[in-house]
Design a binder for this molecule. Structure first.
Ligand SMILES: [Ca+2]
Length: 248
């Protein structure tokens, strides 16, 4: 019996480590051939997500992880008292899903990150944000008020790989299953996950950019993938425990 269980566990973990047996890509943005693959919309006037080609001579974010040179650029325009940029894609009915986004973290001059289960006007939803100084990662909840509320945060030694260097690419990921949130940095599950929070059940995914400085700012991102999965393949109550077995 014990041997049977061990073999079953191996098969189960094996099927998960191969990655996508139970996952289905819902939306993918790779800026294929230099044009946007998805429809993106702005939360605020003058914000736009646009296709952009990295210049090997001038762009500090070159090369991008996908290697094609084609990325997306979000511009945050200063409109006093701050510069803000947000863009969304997907569907407002998306509930249990995962989003993975590669972001060039920039020069430490702005908050940059991703939106999850966002409302159409970006006033409500969840966020994974790298702070402007790049010392802190924050999982936040926007409740419609002026300031998003930090639910969990990770600083310095608690960020896998440590404080990121300027203009390096990192993978931001959030997976929400009901009120359970698994937050990943470069595919590493962050300490304290899953985080339990039950305020928002569904919404769009997107990008977030903010600076208190009076200057225009940009966010460069690529390979934005939203995926669904079939939790019936594993017992719901042990889904997190099994996933942690194969997380690096
Ligand atoms: Ca690309």
């Amino acid at each position: 019996m014990r041997r049977f269980l061990a073999v079953s566990t191996l098969i189960l973990v094996g099927s998960l480590t191969t990655g996508t047996a139970n996952a289905c890509v819902l939306y993918g943005e790779h800026v294929t051939d230099g044009t946007l693959d998805l429809t993106w919309f702005a939360c605020y006037e003058a914000n736009a997500f646009e296709a952009y080609t990295l210049n090997p001579e001038e762009d500090p974010c070159y090369p991008n992880p996908g290697g094609d040179g084609y990325v997306g650029k979000l511009v945050g325009t200063f409109a006093g008292p701050h510069a803000l940029g947000s863009t969304l894609s997907g569907d407002g009915d998306l509930g249990d899903y995962r989003v993975d986004v590669w972001i060039c973290v920039g020069a430490g001059n702005a908050k940059r990150g991703i939106l999850f289960r966002s409302s159409e006007d970006c006033s409500m939803g969840y966020q994974l944000i790298l702070d402007a100084g790049m010392f802190t990662l924050m999982f936040r909840y926007a409740d419609g008020g002026m300031m998003p509320i930090t639910i969990a945060s990770w600083s310095a030694g608690n960020i896998p790989g440590g404080i990121p260097a300027v203009n390096t690419w990192h993978k931001f990921s959030i997976e929400g299953i009901g009120d359970q949130f698994y937050v990943y940095w470069d595919d590493v599950l962050l300490d304290g996950c899953p985080v339990t929070h039950g305020e928002i059940a569904s919404g769009y995914f997107g990008l977030y950019l903010f600076s208190a400085e009076p200057t225009d700012i940009t966010l460069i991102a690529d390979d934005i993938v939203a995926s669904d999965f079939d939790p019936s393949a594993v017992d719901q109550s042990t889904w997190g425990a099994i996933k942690r077995m194969y997380v690096r």
